[in-house]
Design a protein around this ligand. Structure first.
Ligand SMILES: [Zn+2]
Length: 290
């Protein structure tokens, strides 16, 4: 018994820790905005649902993830999308968009306007045209309002697209900030150093408690200067396990670590689909794999 006692105490302490941790994360909060980082492997797909029931989708992963995004949205009771944001025309962001446009009534699309000339992009644009879905070319300063207290601000691109950067498709990503009450969330698509530099130089308020890490944690994004301005409390990396690009990069993870930023990190390759809820004041995070 004397030998067993420390083990029993340890098991008890662990159980208590898990229980209180669980309890803390699931604390009920008021009417809340729900943001789901859907696990689409190497790619992005984020659903935003407002307390009034408006749904906004940012990206839909690669083509093969289209059906998963559609069924996930249906499971959450989405019947209609007020807005579909296409951050930029790479296939890991817009590949699944045709399935989405063919499955839901869509109130409008917000696009970077960057012409990539790929079959994937042409297919998406032709569906938008055929279905006569209102098309908005994202430009800094645009604001979309949902109900009384949710707004989506367009921070980039500017009127002119950036040119001659490391990747013009990435650096001209639509950058949006979701604001509800005191809580702000930043979705910078796949912008790299040049896109971040433009945002910083634009002197817009990019400070946000929640940051979707740009470009799946690539080393060319998420500079220290950018992080110092965003001051995130939660960072989410949407990334596929064992992807061919080595995302997220060690150097990026080093810049994001908790003892440097104070931010809690979530990754779709480890945590699966991640759900963030906020009532405009408090923030809770729940992950498929805790
Ligand atoms: Zn990407």
């Amino acid at each position: 018994m004397r030998r067993l006692l420390p083990i029993i105490l340890l098991v008890f302490a662990l159980a208590l820790g898990t229980w209180t941790g669980w309890n803390k994360q699931k604390e009920p909060i008021g009417p809340s905005v729900r943001v789901e980082f859907i696990d689409v492997g190497q790619g992005d797909s984020i659903l935003i649902k407002t307390p009034e029931g408006d749904a906004i989708l940012i990206d839909a992963g690669e083509k093969e993830y289209g059906p998963k995004v559609v069924s996930h949205l249906r499971k959450l009771g989405v019947r209609r999308l007020r807005l579909v944001v296409m951050s930029h025309p790479h296939s890991d962001h817009i590949g699944g968009i045709p399935d989405v446009l063919n499955s839901f009534k869509v109130g409008g699309v917000l696009d970077s306007g960057y012409v990539h000339g790929t079959n994937t992009q042409e297919r998406v644009l032709s569906i938008i045209e055929k279905k006569k879905i209102p098309y908005h070319r994202a430009t800094q300063g645009m604001v979309f309002r949902f109900g009384d207290d949710v707004q989506l601000k367009v921070l980039a691109p500017g009127k002119q697209h950036l040119q001659g950067t490391s990747s013009d498709a990435n650096n001209n990503s639509v950058v949006v900030q979701l604001i509800t009450g005191r809580v702000k969330m930043l979705f910078p698509g796949d912008i790299e150093r040049d896109g971040e530099g433009w945002l910083i130089a634009s002197r817009q308020d990019i400070e946000s408690q929640i940051l979707k890490v740009a470009h799946h944690g690539a080393s060319t994004s998420t500079s220290l200067e950018f992080l110092r301005l965003v001051k995130p409390e939660y960072v989410v990396i949407s990334v596929g396990a064992g992807n061919e690009y080595g995302h997220p990069r060690k150097s990026t993870l080093k810049r994001l670590v908790k003892d440097r930023t104070g931010a809690s990190m979530y990754r779709t390759d480890k945590n699966g689909t991640i759900t963030i809820r906020t009532d405009g004041r408090r923030i809770t995070v729940e992950a498929q794999n805790e």
